[in-house]
Design a protein around this ligand. Structure first.
Ligand code: SAM
Length: 273
């Protein structure tokens, strides 16, 4: 049993609670993984961090040592109360614990100044959280997220393994195949084994880094309708999913499949609409 497992078991016992499966409560117990998250976030004493799902504060406490302020949003009422209490006992003052559902927090309650988003996410809200923070006007300067391993791989996919999720993230966060942005796409910082958590989840995880970038100035709804149509029947050649597009004119092989296209290719098709 590691020190962290011991600490978590002690807190669960002290407050007489059981981790909730429904809320994805798998607490991080691996010191080296904690360090990797902190390192990837490149923190400094001026930083404001928004942490989603602080749980029992394993990550929160480490963050408080490095940054100016942590805003920790926890859905579970009991855990939010326990965390506030434990922080008081430890005399840690630079955390604001907010009991709420991150998906219900309106944009105007997000930090107005520059901030970083860090979360060991409950898996059931991974996609909506990423979408929310990429589409809002108050985007974070950086996101470091713990997500399910397969989801991480899908987000960071490249042609010929592109998919809708990869395009949705890379459109806002740039990709190595894109003219827009610096070319610094979403990336996997580290894979994380199941036994880094207590209780152990069924699947392995990965830490990913997403850096929001300036997005192309286009009608995004129209763009994503096009991409969805392109992926609508996966195995077909693109020309069957998108009749009416002159692929040869824009320099694309009409037999190409959606999985083979980069964001730039999709932008070319969009401009040809
Ligand atoms: N950060 C802690 C750690 O690393 O040990 C806990 C991570 S645990 C995987 C996910 C946390 O998110 C839980 O504390 C859970 O209660 C909380 N949570 C679940 N759904 C949430 C939501 N919609 N909004 C905010 N927090 C949520």
């Amino acid at each position: 049993m590691t020190m962290r497992t011991l600490l978590i078991s002690k807190l669960l016992k002290k407050y007489n609670i059981k981790p909730s499966k429904r809320l994805g409560q798998n607490f991080l117990i691996d010191e080296s993984i904690l360090n990797k998250i902190i390192e990837a976030a490149d923190l400094s004493s001026n930083d404001i961090v928004l942490e989603i799902g602080p749980g029992l504060g394993v990550l929160t406490v480490e963050l408080t040592k490095k940054v100016g302020k942590v805003i920790a949003i926890e859905k579970d009422e009991k855990l939010a109360r326990i965390l506030s209490n434990e922080l008081r006992i430890m005399n840690i003052k630079n955390v604001e614990v907010i009991q709420d559902d991150i998906l219900k927090i309106p944009d105007y309650q997000l930090p107005v100044t520059s901030y970083k988003l860090i979360a060991n996410l409950p898996y059931y809200i991974t996609s909506p959280v990423i979408r929310k923070f990429l589409e809002t006007k108050q985007r974070p300067e950086l996101m470091i997220l713990m997500v399910q391993k397969e989801v991480a791989q899908r987000i960071c996919a490249k042609p010929p393994r592109m998919n809708l999720l990869a395009i949705s993230v890379q459109f806002y966060a740039s990709s190595p195949h894109q003219k827009f942005g610096s070319g610094d796409g979403p990336k996997i910082i580290s894979y994380v084994a199941k036994d880094s958590f207590y209780p152990q989840p069924k699947v392995d995880s990965a830490i990913i880094q997403i850096i929001p970038k300036e997005t192309p100035k286009i009608d995004t709804e129209k763009f994503f309708n096009l991409v969805r149509a392109g992926f609508s029947s996966k195995r077909k050649m693109l020309k069957n999913n998108l009749p009416g597009i002159d692929f040869e004119k824009i320099g694309l092989n009409p037999k190409i499949r959606a999985e083979n296209l980069s964001i730039d290719d999709w932008l070319k098709i969009y401009e040809n609409l």
